[in-house]
Write a protein that binds this ligand. Structure first.
Ligand code: SF4
Length: 351
């Protein structure tokens, strides 16, 4: 299977495409990635509501609330026009709550730990851990999301000033803050709602894939993966170049096809890929016995990841059985590796 066949060929003018694979079977919803990103990039005025990395509970409404119903993306597979989209309201992201920190620290109780002002009705992670289904078959899983640094980004297409662009060396999607006039067509155009308007600066802002860290401008002057990946306690994120045929990303996405993008039907060709949560426990029947029915409905996973989810599940099952029988599996080795050189394969390779 070639890059061409899978529609993950490089965008015009891009030499290599940086990408990430997240194994959802390992996410514990601890939000370390969210906090790492927030404290690195979005602590300034106007960014209070911004979470370039968020982790939402699924099934659930997500952040911003019901983002999948807000349009954007390409109208069709031929990518001739961008679908109309909405700008989410501030309340749909969730306002940053104000607390009386002094009171909360000196006398922590149910009253002092409440946010100040009116009772909030929504916030980021409002529906955390609610999920769906009924006991004993209730279920949920965590879905971490960042900008997908799409190969065919509709945020870029929507901008009349060419202020958003894919940079040539690695396909990272960036907003040129000098060119941006804050029209917010990019917010409408992105179907994942991963561009944010900064009302204090009057420009749009978004995940930059921690590009300064990729360039060796991390705290120790060395090359590092994005903060969300390196801080993750379960190390569920692999980072590398999609077109590096010896790298783990290429192998999981292209060769074995077990890592798949979120909502491929938006046609933006995302470069963030997921191993879906196939390891959830099965359903339990009325006698309390374990069945062979999946607790997270297959149709729900198909809604999120498209019909390639079935093939990915079969391949992973086959590979796991191989290992259980004492054989070896490259896929399982990649997914269970603790080797940082494999997890963050960031040197630009010869092509
Ligand atoms: Fe643009 Fe949205 Fe794709 Fe990011 S996810 S590149 S913001 S269209």
């Amino acid at each position: 299977m070639s890059l061409q066949d899978l529609d993950t060929d490089l965008a015009a003018g891009v030499d290599h495409q940086i990408a990430m694979v997240m194994d959802l079977n390992k996410c514990i919803g601890c939000q370390t990635c969210t906090v790492g990103c927030k404290t690195t990039w979005t602590e300034s005025e106007g960014q209070e509501y911004q979470y370039w990395n968020n982790v939402e509970t699924r099934p659930g409404q997500g952040y911003p609330k019901d983002w999948e119903e807000k349009g954007g993306g390409w109208e069709s597979a031929n990518r001739s026009s961008v679908k109309d989209g909405d700008i989410p309201a501030k309340e749909e992201y969730g306002e940053a709550w104000e607390f009386d920190f002094e009171a909360a620290v000196s006398k922590p109780d149910t009253e002092t730990l409440q946010p100040k002002g009116e009772d909030p009705e929504w916030g980021p992670n409002w529906d955390e851990d609610q999920g769906a289904g009924e006991y004993p078959n209730s279920h949920y899983f965590y879905l971490p999301r960042i900008c997908n640094h799409c190969t065919h980004p509709t945020c870029v297409e929507a901008c009349p000033r060419q202020a958003i662009y894919k940079r040539a060396e690695d396909g990272v999607v960036l907003v040129d803050q000098e060119r941006c006039r804050g029209y917010r067509y990019c917010v409408e155009g992105c179907p994942y709602k991963k561009v944010y308007y900064n009302a204090a600066k009057k420009t749009s802002e978004k995940c930059i894939f921690c590009y300064p860290r990729l360039e060796g401008e991390g705290p120790d002057g060395e090359v590092h993966g994005p903060v969300c990946a390196t801080e993750c306690p379960t190390q569920l994120r692999l980072v590398g170049y999609l077109d590096d045929q010896d790298g783990p990303i290429y192998k999981l996405v292209e060769q074995y096809e077990v890592a798949i993008p979120l909502h491929p039907e938006y046609e933006t060709a995302p470069n963030i890929f997921y191993i879906p949560p196939f390891d959830a426990p099965p359903q339990i029947d009325e006698m309390g016995e374990t069945t062979d029915i999946d607790r997270i409905p297959e149709e729900y996973l198909e809604d999120l990841f498209g019909d390639r989810v079935h093939q990915a599940r079969e391949t992973l099952q086959r590979e796991r059985e191989k290992v259980n029988r004492g054989g070896s599996s490259e896929v399982m080795e990649i997914l269970t590796s603790n080797n940082p050189a494999q997890q963050y394969r960031l040197e630009v390779f010869d092509s």
